[in-house]
Design a protein around this ligand. Sequence first.
Ligand SMILES: [Zn+2]
Length: 135
Amino acid sequence: MRDRACVFPPCGATALAAEIDHTRAVTDHGLTLPDNLGPACGHDHDLKDRGWTLAQPRPGVFRWTSPTGHTYERGPRPVVDDLPAPRPPATPSSTEPPVHADDGPVWDDPPPSAPAEPPPPPARAPEEDPDPPPF
Ligand SMILES: [Zn+2]
């Protein structure tokens, strides 16, 4: 997720197809931790066997040194590019002040009143049970 691509600077191979490289080899006491790991495609992973050296001065920053001593650095890449700076419109779209609608209802007539509830049924005395339970 951090590197998203092969960490050799000009390479754009996706990290999903890359090998996970230990910047400092396990045989050289390199640990399997994020600050010692990075994806490298098969081609660029093999550069370390052909005289190139790799350092990771900070997690996600990869410094490759060629057999001739030239160094190439590749830093973390942003997940998305920065948005451009916002610009106000050259001229306002209107000279009128903005009008905001009222959130309340608009009534031309008085609001209708709620319908009256029907009156409750008249109270009745409980009826005698003609068949009381046997218990
Ligand atoms: Zn590569």
